[in-house]
Write a protein that binds this ligand. Structure first.
Ligand code: NAD
Ligand code: ZN
Ligand code: ZN
Length: 391
């Protein structure tokens, strides 16, 4: 079969590789009809995530048709249409029983890579390095789905791939990011990052009743998409994020802050001017990551910082004293996808949510290597890329 494989930093290739086979009795094999490139894939593309090996198959956002089921899988049958959450969960361990699916205790059969700082606690993830189980991903014609009697979401007829594909990751990720803010009707919510995750976090915050949402980015198309949904937008390249947020909130700071950027904030060149005025140490002004630091400074006391953005390794130069003294609550993690899928699927069926608006590019799987670059560089107004094997 054809699959997008990692060959090193900024080197994704469309290779011919062996078809997957059933390896455990609960497995299923899915023929992929649509898959997508995620901001999290860019961390692998950029070489930020340890534990990748040459030839690893990429991709954790995919859906398709079941073509084979293992003998112990009583839930799926050949021909079923499924979206497969990126967090692989067994459904039976202590964490799965609590609904903490993204930290399933059984699905991550990782190698011991000795990287304590990256965190070994996640569930197995598709296409996401040997730190998270080394499971081949779904940017491919076929994929083996472990624990396929638990993880996949069955899709009713009548919904298009585009309507449901994002149930596997970015829709529940934006949703969880907003839910864990415990949004109140008087809340002003600030969201850093207007990529696909930020777009869904914005719409989720509005659906959950936020009074006002402010979205921060520098990409004009992404800011325009956020503004069209009703957000106030800040271009962090041309404006001081902290000053604008203080202005908008009459000096109080946003009640809730959501980081939909993650590791990319390491690469951002923006420095805000707040620290000068507050006569903070120069090192606080110049060191990374910007987003977490801005959130800790600007969030209103007793507010919530919700961090779906992916981080790894050691982060320093965070004003943790501000977070502590303001009594901030920090909530973060890979998304417990299966916790949200039933509800979100119902909302899609009811026409309350249509996630397809983020798709700007639909291409063949073979175009994947070029599309990684287009998505990373935000060329051609790119917000979300969907790839279709056989297009
Ligand atoms: P993306 O790369 O398309 O979007 C990130 C956006 O952040 C870009 O538009 C970029 O311009 C903007 N940005 C960069 N630096 C910024 C700064 N200093 N201030 C404000 N905006 C800034 O990625 P995405 O697909 O939207 O994903 C966003 C994040 O969510 C990534 O870190 C991804 O790994 C993570 N993610 C987490 C989960 C989870 O389960 N927790 C799931 C999916 C994605
Ligand atoms: Zn993802
Ligand atoms: Zn489990």
């Amino acid at each position: 079969m054809r699959a997008l494989c990692w060959h090193g930093k900024k080197d994704i290739r469309c290779d011919t590789v062996p078809d997957p086979t059933i390896e455990a009795p609960r497995d299923a094999i899915v023929r992929v009809t649509s898959c997508a490139i995620c901001g999290s894939d860019l961390h692998l593309f950029d070489g930020f995530v340890p534990g990748m090996e040459r030839g690893d198959i990429m991709g954790h956002e995919f859906m398709g048709e079941v073509v084979e089921v293992g003998p112990a899988n009583k839930r799926l049958k050949v021909g079923d249409r499924v979206v497969v959450p990126f967090t692989i969960c067994c459904g039976e361990c202590d964490q799965c029983r609590r609904g903490n699916y993204s930290v399933c205790e059984r699905s991550n059969r990782k190698k011991d890579l000795g990287d304590k700082a990256f965190g070994h606690a996640t569930a197995g993830l598709f296409g996401y390095s040997h730190l998270t189980g080394g499971y081949p991903g779904g940017q491919a014609e076929y994929v083996r789905v472990p624990y396929a009697d638990v993880t996949p979401v069955k899709i009713p007829d009548g919904l298009t791939d585009e309507q449901v594909l994002f149930l596997g990751d970015i829709l529940p990720t934006g949703w969880q990011a907003a839910v864990q803010c415990d949004i109140q009707p008087t809340d002003i919510v600030a969201i850093w990052g207007a990529g696909p995750v930020g777009q869904f976090a914005l719409r989720s915050a509005l659906l959950l009743g936020a009074m006002r949402v402010v979205v921060i980015d520098r990409v004009p198309e992404r800011l325009a998409m956020a503004a069209a949904a009703g957000a106030t937008v800040i271009d962090f390249e041309n404006e001081s994020v902290i000053e604008r947020l203080q202005d908008i909130t009459h000096g109080k700071g946003p009640d809730k802050c959501i980081d939909c950027v993650g590791l990319e904030s390491h690469a951002s060149g923006h420095l805000d001017s707040m620290m000068d005025r507050a006569k903070q140490a120069v090192m606080l002004e110049t060191d990374r990551p910007h987003v977490l630091r801005e959130m800790m400074y600007v969030c209103r006391p007793a507010g919530v910082l919700s961090v779906p953005g992916v981080y790894g390794g050691l982060l320093d130069k965070l004003p943790f004293g501000a977070a502590m003294n303001k009594g901030l609550t920090i909530r973060t993690g890979q998304t417990h996808v299966n916790r949200w899928t039933d509800d979100l699927l119902k909302r899609i069926e009811a026409g309350q949510i249509d996630p397809s608006f983020v798709i700007t590019h639909t291409m063949a799987l073979e175009d994947g290597p070029a599309m990684y670059k287009v998505f990373r560089e935000k060329e051609d107004g790119c917000i979300k890329v969907v790839l279709k094997p056989g297009l």
